[in-house]
Design a binder for this molecule. Structure first.
Ligand code: AMP
Length: 449
């Protein structure tokens, strides 16, 4: 089916053609007619499915039909969890609506409120907002929400995870009772179901992929490892298994920066994306990653949300997420569209509870494999010898198993895998705690914990 068969306006069809889309994605096929028809929507859809156009196109069409308003108080309100997603959705609305006389504006925190107040005075048709800043603006009477006809909660699960539920309730109280409601969520927790029940009236339920579908496509495994040894195991796995494009999740911005540096020091080109980086820096890092100019992208949860990264071979949970549903979302980054993907979790002793929580949500265990031998790389003294890649020092995979005996402590200057990097001769390697134990002593024996 084509976009024109969905009954979209010629102006929208032109804009879609400008974007180079051939045909509607599955979620668009279902969402566009329903939203055009005025129905509420409950959509299970992740970033990458084309969900934004799925709600933006029909909303623009509905708004374009009635341009009678002079003051232009927003008639569509899209709530998003992050400023990044807000900016992305607003840009989509501008792109799709470029041949219509409609105005889109976005507001989010972390920047000065005054320009937003001024801009809102000029009016807009579609307002994309993060909940906190929206409430601030409403409190300052910079915003009239009484004309809102359509409310969209985008990435609703994320908004709840981030503690926005009370803000959302307060925003809803400011809206007219009579309106259309669209709820998009990557995952369905009981909390989301509860919100949907309260908010939506006779919604059309759309599921572009069955619940937890990515799980079936993704090969998952976990390793038990001491917190301070995680980076060494990561480097080992990346080199041994020749990972080419690795998305790594850390819990904190600081942790993301530190790991990025450590990976670079170990000869794995890496870039970080997190909330402290400017939008331009994030886009650049993502672009380099997509082009293969950096091998690893180290991301915090929030920064990675909403980013369009598709079909990754490897996703690494360097730290397990506090919210189990985030695990599902993270590993949904890999194995898309039937491509084989792997999700690898590095689990320290304090994360056992988090792993159990995740397994409860997945309703299946994650195989915990015996931790392989790996080397502990001394921290780098910079600047010293020119950088040399690990992969250049030893051909991949030629180390015999016998090389991993408990007594085998490689001397520092032995050309033996991960021991060589910027630090030159100082850069000696020794085996880690788990590494010194014989395989049969290790816990789990393969697939259990
Ligand atoms: P979203 O899930 O809304 O974040 O969209 C993911 C990506 O898919 C974006 O880069 C869109 O530009 C793109 N996209 C959306 N709809 C289509 C379509 N029908 N055909 C091709 N690409 C699309």
């Amino acid at each position: 089916m084509s976009f024109s068969e969905l009954g979209l306006l010629p102006e929208l069809l032109r804009a879609v053609a400008d974007k180079g889309y051939d045909s509607p994605s599955p979620i668009q096929l279902q969402a566009i007619p329903a939203v055009l028809g005025g129905r509420d929507l409950l959509a299970a859809a992740q970033t990458g499915t084309g969900k934004t156009a799925g709600f933006v196109l029909p909303i623009l069409q509905r708004l374009a039909a009635d341009q009678s308003q002079v003051q232009r108080a927003p008639r569509a309100l899209v709530l998003t969890p992050t400023r990044e997603l807000a900016a992305q959705v607003a840009q989509s609305a501008r792109d799709y609506g470029k041949y219509l006389q409609l105005r889109t504006y976005q507001v989010f925190g972390g920047v000065s409120i005054n320009p937003q107040i001024t801009a809102l005075r000029a009016g807009c048709d579609v307002l994309v907002a993060t909940p906190g800043r929206l409430l601030d603006l409403a409190q300052q009477r910079a915003l009239d929400l009484s004309k809102v006809q359509v409310l969209v909660l985008d990435e609703a699960d994320r908004m709840l995870d981030m503690g926005f539920i009370n803000d959302i309730r307060r925003v809803i109280k400011l809206l007219p009772q009579q309106r259309q409601n669209l709820l998009f969520s990557a995952t369905y927790s009981d909390e989301i179901r509860g919100l949907a029940e309260r908010l939506l009236r006779d919604p059309l339920s759309i599921q572009v992929a069955p619940r937890n579908a990515p799980i079936e496509l993704v090969e998952q495994r976990a390793y038990r490892v001491q917190k301070e040894h995680k980076r060494h195991l990561l480097v080992h796995l990346a080199q041994e298994e020749q990972w080419r494009q690795i998305l790594i999740f850390t819990r904190t911005k600081h942790g993301a920066n530190r790991l990025t540096q450590q990976l670079c020091d170990a000869g794995i080109d890496a870039a970080a994306i997190h909330g402290n980086k400017s939008q331009a820096a994030r886009v650049k890092a993502l672009d380099m990653f997509k082009r293969g100019q950096v091998r690893a992208l180290v991301a915090t949860e929030v920064a990675a949300r909403g980013l369009d990264i598709k079909e990754l071979p490897q996703v690494v949970n360097y730290e397990l997420p506090n919210v189990p549903e985030d695990y599902v979302h993270r590993i949904g980054r890999t194995g898309r569209a039937g491509a084989a993907g792997e999700a690898i979790s590095l689990v320290s002793s304090d994360e056992g509870g988090l792993l159990r929580d995740i397994e409860r949500v997945l309703r299946r265990p994650i195989p915990v494999l015996p931790t392989p031998q790996f080397k502990i790389l001394e921290s780098v003294q910079r600047p010293t010898a020119p950088a040399q890649r690990d992969s250049n020092s030893r051909p991949h995979g030629n180390r015999p198993q016998g090389d991993r005996s408990p007594g085998d402590r490689a001397p520092g200057n032995r050309a033996h895998g991960g021991g060589r990097h910027h630090g030159g001769p100082r850069d000696h390697a020794r085996h880690g705690g788990q590494a010194r134990r014989p395989a049969q002593d290790r816990r789990g024996g393969g697939t259990t914990r």
